[in-house]
Design a protein around this ligand. Structure first.
Ligand SMILES: CC(C)(COP(=O)(O)OP(=O)(O)OC[C@H]1O[C@@H](n2cnc3c(N)ncnc32)[C@H](O)[C@@H]1OP(=O)(O)O)[C@@H](O)C(=O)NCCC(=O)NCCS
Length: 148
């Protein structure tokens, strides 16, 4: 992800209710360039890689490998597509497959973790489809893990 791609991504961003356990926190997304700059800057550190998901040259989502631990060789995957127009078209599945491959082949990870809130059945379905194993359910979350 570059700063410019991040601006483009968030210009057409919509928040998705499926990631909110507490719906009182859900609101319509409003673009704010300063907030996007702060967001982008906050993701630049050695334990995280922020990827843009591109359709052609256009960003349609973001995927993070975060909590990268080079000692235990584990990290955590998170993903969010831009808005409903690009969901349910296979892009999330493909992005997760590529990110897992990157985590194992480039970063040398031995496991990738992921979690979703219980109501987010689409995300759970995609995680399982690409090969994550369900590990446990705790405090409103379902935890998944992919081991090579
Ligand atoms: C979750 C997300 C990354 C999935 O990416 P996507 O491109 O929309 O998903 P895909 O098109 O690759 O695959 C969707 C699959 O889920 C299925 N699906 C759709 N809605 C579903 C639902 N409500 N419950 C279960 N499965 C569902 C589709 O049938 C499809 O399965 P199939 O390929 O076996 O037919 C994307 O929808 C997204 O960004 N959602 C909002 C943010 C989010 O939930 N992020 C994850 C946080 S943990």
């Amino acid at each position: 992800m570059t700063r410019k791609l991040c601006y483009q991504l968030y210009l057409s961003w919509e928040n998705d209710s499926s990631i909110y356990m507490d719906m009182s926190l859900f609101s319509k997304y409003q673009y704010d360039e300063n907030a996007v700059n702060q967001y982008f800057d906050s993701k630049q550190n050695s334990s995280r890689i922020l990827f843009a998901i591109l359709k052609g040259e256009k960003p349609i989502g973001e995927l993070q490998l975060k909590e990268i631990n080079m000692t235990s060789k584990e990290c955590t995957l998170s993903i969010h597509l831009q808005n409903d127009t690009v969901k349910d078209k296979g892009y999330g599945t493909r992005a997760e497959q590529l990110a897992i491959q990157y985590a194992f082949d480039v970063l040398g990870m031995v496991a990738v973790n992921a979690d979703t809130i219980i109501k987010n059945t689409r995300s759970q379905h995609v995680l399982e489809k690409v090969g994550f194993q369900f590990i446990r359910q705790e405090n409103g979350f379902k935890y998944y893990r992919y081991e090579r």
